[in-house]
Design a protein around this ligand. Structure first.
Ligand code: NAP
Length: 313
């Protein structure tokens, strides 16, 4: 039988990805929405989360598409009400609140899933398999996008806890932490804050790799023209490039595969996330890998702050 899910926070990602994915899946039934402004046609809508939990005990799963800062209170309330919880990325505003949610879910016997949609991009698994048998020499992340194009009107992104350029940058870090066979740790960072914003508009990161490979990342929200979401890798036995956020794979400059769906930058990612959530619920599993958020937290701890010109949308 299909799992009943309530979607909370009816904004861009809920409408673009969650609603069509749920509607297309036999595993899922979109039973309610909770949002102060947004609704989905034909679906019962609430503006009060507690009321939804009270009125709809039949809804087993809550999928949270809110920005990171308000997310903890909703997740904690859902767990206390005995519901399984699916978290958009990043899973929370701090590491400790995410750890707390995991412990609460464990105690309550419900599933919780910190989703990382970019890990589900079409070529990430192939890149991981290729890299697993080679010795890394360098890995370079270039994640440059136009914030005005991809995050119009999202004021929360510029407020403390909204992550700024790390909102997309954490997607790159979710891929890096998935495909590298060994963990890296941050050694230096420069964070560029517009003088009128609480979060950075750009960041340069450097990591220590246990074998001495050079691992770096450049994130920039000020990119106009070509948008770049690329991870370039050199090894002792060839090179690999994951481009378009993980949709395109080239090995030794020869394109191996490219999966694009017209106008849909996340093709296949959300169906795979919901399939995993269904499995977690049915097996009583928990998946709370926080390693991408850990690197972001380290960047905020260690990063040198540089003030740049104000950001005016
Ligand atoms: P968004 O368009 O701003 O939507 C977020 C929704 O959350 C809003 O519609 C708002 O709905 C609700 N909300 C905002 N602040 C709230 C608060 N303080 N308390 C309660 N509800 C609040 O943002 P989004 O782009 O969908 O992003 C949401 C999350 O998805 C972020 O963590 C982001 O990283 C992730 N994500 C986004 C994308 C993307 O392409 N945009 C892709 C992947 C993942 P109401 O005002 O109606 O309540």
């Amino acid at each position: 039988m299909a799992l009943k899910v309530a979607l909370v926070g009816i904004g861009k990602i809920a409408i673009d990805q969650h609603v069509p994915t749920i509607n297309a899946s036999a595993d899922w039934d979109l039973a309610a929405t909770v949002s102060r402004h947004g609704t989905v046609e034909g679906v019962e809508s609430y503006s009060d989360f507690s009321a939804m939990l009270r009125d709809r005990p039949d809804i087993e799963v809550v999928s949270l598409c809110l920005p990171p800062v308000p997310r903890f209170d909703y997740a904690a309330e859902a767990i206390r009400a005995g519901r399984h919880v699916m978290l958009e990325k990043p899973p929370g505003a701090t590491l400790s609140e995410c750890r707390m949610l995991e412990a609460m879910a464990q105690d309550a016997g419900v599933s919780i899933y910190a989703t990382w949609h970019s890990r589900e991009a079409a070529q990430v698994a192939a890149a991981k398999a290729w890299l697993s048998t080679r010795r890394l020499r360098s890995l370079t992340v270039t994640w440059k996008e136009d914030v005005r194009r991809w995050h119009p009107g999202q004021v929360w992104i510029w407020k403390a806890g909204g992550l700024g350029v790390f909102d997309p940058g954490i997607n790159a870090l979710s891929i890096v932490t998935e495909i590298l066979p060994v963990p890296v740790h941050l050694s230096a960072a420069e964070l560029f804050f517009p003088e009128n914003c609480e979060t950075p508009i750009a960041a340069d990161l450097a990591f220590v790799h246990p074998d001495g490979a050079e691992v770096t990342a450049v994130f920039d929200f000020r990119q106009e023209g070509e948008q770049i979401w690329t991870i370039s890798i050199e090894t002792d036995d060839g090179s690999l490039e994951l481009a378009d956020g993980g949709a395109k794979l080239a090995i030794d400059d020869i394109v191996q595969a490219e999966v694009h769906e017209e106008g849909n930058p996340f093709a296949g990612e959300y169906p795979r996330l919901y399939a995993r959530m269904a499995k977690l619920v049915r097996t009583g599993g928990i998946d709370m890998d926080l390693s991408p958020l850990m690197h972001v937290a380290d960047a905020f701890l260690l990063g040198r702050r540089v003030t740049v010109e104000p950001f005016i949308e």
